[in-house]
Write a protein that binds this ligand. Structure first.
Ligand code: KG4
Ligand code: ZN
Length: 369
């Protein structure tokens, strides 16, 4: 079954055609980065207007590159939450119109879970194998920083999340303080390669250094706002020479990476995770990828890092996740409603191997993907 995915939750207008959850026939992404760069961050109203201009050409290109028309689609899937409401409204309104006029079922998809599935698009073997679970998803993006435990039956537990900024926001806001440009993540990643990460000792949020205890309930939670403030005071009223800037940036990046790796490792060890998945835009970060490979893989545990094209926002992850929902009999929802926030309870994920009452649904499909 071919599914058209549509994604407009933030500053990328994306559409993709994916067959049977894994074969990506097309994936088209139109980025608005240049427009938002002027403001040093995403402006929701501007994002909505840009989506409005881009959505029709992007969907048309995805269908053409995928070699199909609306009549060939088994479903249209669209991101409904979490995200910027004005931006989500454009994608869902467009998807509703397209599905209704084409007589195709419509399905709303959770963007956060789609990021997790993005890491597994090219690894369908993991979704079929109960022994690869529990799976710990480390979701690090501009909007989210969270640790989601997924069991073989699809049940989930949000075991850690940020109490304030997301890791991507920490990168983007630092770049704004340092006047480097937007988005900050890729810029800081590049500059940090020339710097000494040990030069400035920035705080590691909610880790409990120097004898300070962290509340038990924050053991796996994150906080990046203090780090951002520390950077602000460190560089306030100063002009940094090039070499010092690189050291400051490398040290700042190290503070983010250290905490992400440390808490991911604690969560993986405490939950007995057989697989750890790293996904979301910040998963593009070269220092994070290196540190995760060093500390999270091995010892019978596999680390799966999303390919960069499926780390940042894309619609292949949306179409792929929707296929699993439909495979399990999800009812189409022509009235998809948008939402800004990530719910505390993410329910059950449809790509787990033992979703259906303890049986392996993949066996009943005869191994077809
Ligand atoms: O997943 P994504 O495209 O959008 C959200 O769902 O939020 O993530 C975008 C975020 C931005 O904050 C951006 O700065 C960050 O991902 N990012 C990076 C890198 N590439 C993108 N952060 C650190 N290092 C990178 N190389
Ligand atoms: Zn995203």
């Amino acid at each position: 079954m071919k599914i058209l995915g549509i994604e407009t939750s933030c500053d990328e207008t994306a559409a993709a055609v994916v067959e049977d959850g894994t074969r990506v026939l097309s994936s088209v992404i139109s980025s608005q980065i240049a427009k938002h760069a002027l403001f040093g961050g995403v402006v929701p109203e501007l994002a909505a207007r840009e989506h409005l201009a881009a959505i029709d050409p992007v969907v048309s290109a995805a269908l053409a590159e995928g070699g199909c028309t609306v009549a060939d689609l088994g479903a249209v899937a669209v991101t409904h939450s979490p995200g910027l409401v004005p931006a989500l409204l454009v994608g869902t309104a467009y998807a509703k119109g397209l599905a209704a006029t084409g007589g195709v079922p419509l399905l709303g998809v959770n963007h956060f879970l789609a990021h997790v599935y993005g890491a597994l698009l090219e690894r369908p073997d993991v979704c079929r194998e109960p022994a690869r679970f529990p799976l710990l998803a480390v979701v690090v993006s501009g909007g989210h920083t969270a640790l989601l435990l997924i069991r073989a039956d699809g049940t989930t537990a949000l075991v850690g999340r940020t109490l304030d900024d997301a890791a991507g926001e920490a990168f983007d806001k630092a770049a704004k303080i340092l006047d480097l440009g937007y988005p900050g993540g890729p810029l800081i990643d590049r500059i940090a390669q020339r710097g000494d990460p040990g030069r400035v000792r920035f705080p590691r949020g909610l880790v409990g250094g120097s004898g300070r205890a962290v509340r038990a309930e924050d053991h796996l939670n994150f906080s990046f706002s203090g780090l951002k403030t520390a950077l602000y005071y460190h560089v306030r009223d100063r002009v940094l020479a090039d070499a010092e800037l690189a050291d400051v940036v490398a040290s700042y990046q190290a503070a983010i990476v250290d905490v992400l790796v440390l808490k991911s490792r604690w969560a993986a060890e405490e939950s007995g995770a057989a697989t750890v998945v790293l996904c979301g835009g910040v998963a593009c970060n070269s220092a994070l990828r290196r540190a995760m490979a060093e500390h999270l893989g091995g010892g019978g545990r596999e680390l799966i890092v999303a390919p960069p094209r499926y780390c940042t926002d894309n619609a292949a992850m949306v179409a792929g996740l929707a296929w699993h929902e439909l495979r399990l009999g999800a009812a189409p929802d022509p009235d998809v409603i948008v939402g800004a926030r990530l719910p505390e309870d993410l329910g059950r994920v449809p790509f787990a191997p033992q979703y259906a009452s303890g049986t392996n649904v993949w066996s009943s499909l005869g191994g077809r993907t």
